[in-house]
Structures are given as C-alpha cells and as structure tokens.
Design a protein around this ligand. Sequence first.
Ligand code: SF4
Length: 335
Amino acid sequence: MKEIRQRPRIGIPRALLYYEYYPMWKTFFEHLGAQVVLSSPTNRQVLAAGSSRVVAETCLPVKVFMGHVLSLVGKCDYMFVPAIRSMEKRIHNCSKFLGLPDMTKAAVPECPPILEPDIDVDKGKRELYQAIYKLGRHFTWDPLKVKKASEAAWQAHQSYQAQMCLRGQTPLQAMEEMFTAGERGIGEGKSNFSFNIALIGHPYLLYDEHVNYRLLPRLEEAGARVFTTEMVDKGELDAFVTKLAGGPYWTYDDEVVGAGGYYLEREVDGVIGVVAFGCGPDSLMVDIVQRYAKKRSKKPFMLLTLDEHSAETGFLTRLEAFLDMIQRRKKIKCA
Ligand code: SF4
C-alpha cells in the first residue's frame, strides 16, 4: 500500500461509542497525521435519515448512528466504524457493535471506505496489537509511529476517564476541557442544587440531547445535581454488577447494573434509568436493577424508555411527576 501523503480526513460519527472513546480515537488518528471530522450533534434530520436506512425494529442508537454516518458522507475520506467485540476477557458486547461495520456498509452504500478494526480483547494482546497496527497502516508503514500513536491514545483515554471519575465530570464536560472547541458542559459552575439524582444508562442515551429531550439540562434546571456512571470507580461498578447479577455478561453491564446498584445504596434522592426501546440486553439488565430498587433499596426509581416515536410531552410529564415526588419526600424528611 502507498503511504498517503496528504492529511486524510477520518469521519467519526457522534453516536454510540463516541462518548466512551472519542479522545482516544482522535488522539490516535491525529498522531498519525490524519484530520478527524466529527459529525454535528443529533437533530431531527439526522435521526430521520438514519431511521430511513434500517428496519424499524433496529434500536434507536443504531438508527442515530446511521444518521451520523450519512451526515459525514462527502465530508471525509474514510469512515471510522470499529467492530468492538470485547473489552475484557470473557465479556462480550451487544451484537449490534459486532456487526456495525457490515450494517453500515449495507445501510449506507455511499459511505466512503470504512476503517473497521476488530477489537477483541478476549482474543489476547497479540490480536489486539495486530488490529491496531493494521489500522495504523492506512497512514504509515512505520510500526514505531503506530506504537507511539497508540500509546498517546491510551494516555488520552486514561486522562479522560480520570477526569470524569475523580472530578465528577460528564463525558461532555471532560471533552470540553480536553478539546477547547468542545460542547458546553452540563451543570458547569452551578452549586445551588436542591436534590441529587443518579442517571443510569448507556452514554449514547444519556448525553445525546436530541434523543433524550435534553434530560440532563432539564434535571439541572429543576435543581438536581446529576450523578452518572462515569463518576464511579470501575472497581465499585464491577462489585455491584457481581452483587446484583452474579457477574458481568455484557461489556457495558456496569453502565446499567453496576451504576444502578451503586447509586441505589448511596445518598442520592432518586435514580432514573434510561433505556432504548427494543434493546435486548438493557431489558434484562434494567429489570435486575428495578427488582433491587423495589426489594432492597426502597429508593425511588423511574425507568424512561426512548424511541423515535415516543412523545416529548409524555416523557416530560413523567419526569416532572417523579421530580415532584422526590421533592415532596425530601420536604417530609426535613420537616
Ligand atoms: S446495547 Fe441495546 S441500545 Fe445499545 S446498541 Fe445494543 S441493542 Fe442497541
């Protein structure tokens, strides 16, 4: 393969695992001389475009993802769509992540060439390094350059995670700090909160303000201090996954089961679970958390299910009723 001399543009859809790994991906590509093109935040057109390319039963986050891919067509030379199979030994990802590159090719045939590394930590370090080197070869033949880029990327990922966990930041706040042109952080600078709410769910549901009707800013406007999964140490999350479910089954169990169990035993006034309609793994995981909330913790728990047809009014009515109930309980406790 010829070494590419000009700066190739890599399209990264602002969806699915963007919220978990964007700093790492961006650092890797930029260290190899590429230019990263990030899609704009989700809007009605993006979602409608994505939904029109896949069957109706597809989960909402994948529809959103396809919409972002479409929005990048014509703006980049490559599209980055990794197939992330496992991030830990013997724990596998939801099947949608495994087949994402193939789904993207089928749903968006006009997509530029896809960079599709197979990330499967379960297969061992050797396979992982080979996948990373193969990805880097699109930009350079020099394995040392790829090694340095991957080390810098890993460091960026660790700083990103530490920023969220140690400083209580959401992914949006942490990314804003890392890349000054990022989005505005939620809750930034505020200190007059009147109650605490924990939000559990996948980052692509919690931080996409179009699909969740601005859930975080709304909670904050209502006086809530919001706590999320990223603010909890990984060891604590894993311990609660084991406590509630006997051990992890899916890669992102800790975002629902681990965070749910953790916050149900902490000083928060209520917990809100956010899931996507039609998500198999979440329907099982959230059921475990709901049962725990009912039987063991007795803390208020509400489940919000998102899909592109749910009405905003109904969503907001449920949210307001839940927050009213929490505020009433707090007043009674303080009286
Ligand atoms: S975990 Fe659920 S919401 Fe996420 S991609 Fe898989 S099916 Fe969709």
